[in-house]
Design a binder for this molecule. Sequence first.
Ligand code: PEP
Length: 250
Amino acid sequence: TPGIRPLVAGNWKMNGTSASLSELIAIGNGFMKGLETATDALVCVPATLLWRASEILHRTPVKSGGQDCHAKEAGAHTGDISAEMLKDAGASFAIVGHSERRTDHGETDAIVHAKARGAWRAGLISIICIGETREEREAGRTLEVLSRQVAGSVPSSATHATTVIAYEPVWAIGTGLTPSVDDVAEAHAHIRAELEKAIGAEAARTRILYGGSVKPSNAVELLAVQNVDGALVGGASLKAADFLGIAEAY
Ligand code: PEP
């Protein structure tokens, strides 16, 4: 999108121990070798690795982020992690509302909305994920679902500086399946229009990432689609060569 700098973001999910930090070093090095001029970059690692990841990436253009945060700042929430804790461990971003969180932990649009605000309170940029299931697509309800999720998950005070939207069709995540470029274009144009209803003029400058089985071999095609301002990458972000290969689509 004109005037928008793309973002290639990795999501390691529940993968990675200290042995994986060598991949992160390679990613950081890759972006120091010139890729940084083309795109912003981010890797969202498990919280256990965040401190060390942030130290490794500190001298590179690549940012670190968390994969989720609690809406509150602190308190009696065993096992949860607040946005302030992510920030303290070096994060610049937090993913909220990933479909795996929505499914595994029953997160509703209202919860995702609260988490996005929690991320901002701590000074993090929130990456708000939306996307239809296979059943919803087959029933022809994709655009209606996206409308509902934008209206419910994106706080009206979102700006292009605080918020990134990720369109991730649930059926395309981790499956090797991707929508056609026409379907991606339709979804992203729809999201941009719904975002304008939700946050006004800021929508034109807000990044809308595509996510779902992005890999080096399909990145050029997917990232060239109108209104696609980068990628959220799961599986292919675990290997530096693949992640850098995707960033090279720019
Ligand atoms: C994701 O988890 O956000 C994702 C898009 O996963 P994958 O790239 O593995 O489909």
